[in-house]
Design a protein around this ligand. Sequence first.
Ligand code: ZN
Length: 278
Amino acid sequence: MKKIIPIITALMLLTSCGTEVAESGKPVVYTSFYAMNDFALTVGGGDIELYNIVPSGTEPHDFEPTASDMAKLSDADIFIYNGAGMEHWAEDIADTLPETVTVVCASDAVEVTDADPHVWLNLENAKQQLQLICAALSEADSENADNYSQRTDDYIAQIDAIKTEYENAGLNGKRLFVTHGAYSYLCDEFGMEQTALEGISGDSDPSPAQMAKIVDEIKAEGAKCIFYDPLDGDKTANAVAAEAGIEALPLYTFEGDGEGRDYVTIMRENLEQLKKGI
Ligand SMILES: [Zn+2]
């Protein structure tokens, strides 16, 4: 594997080492899971050949790649993953890829805490991750660098517009009850606090004691709802909601989306749900 390298070195590698270039002549970009795929598409548009490893409706935390996934990754020009403990398999694979694959750990662009890998749910972090991806694509394909920069700038303007909506939504000081502890970076950005039923991955079955504890906390707080990621299903959230006499509302982690929606669309939807629920 190699990290992002200077343009001249990259060009030398392209000519001397025969880096795989698609028949289309476009850089072949692989991403680990949905959020990274969406960011790469946003920046790369039609100038890259883009593939994703984790199917979009699948929970990425415990995903295991097949031998065929591994083989495909070896032929990539660029492999983009989030890191920060989100995709353990990707971190393992990144160390074994050939020198011809440029590996981009998108969370290198942001400050990471040990407890939560979901850095992209913070709007400022998403902007940093997009910029890192833009830099990597521009280095690998300098002819289209202006296109990558333009798309990134346009999208960051959209994120800034949503950020203003979040700031005006009265979120500061609110406590968020969630089944999947994925929102600490989002909470930090807008002065909220997260209380999660499950651990980080959202796929464990909570014990009756854990359920009883969060129901007590919800009642003590007078919270109106518990949020869940539709990717995990609503069963646990509905059980808590019924017990506490509140509502269960969706709040997307953007780890996958069957409808193929982009980051800004999902974050706008999340804001609408937050306004309803807190
Ligand atoms: Zn998660």
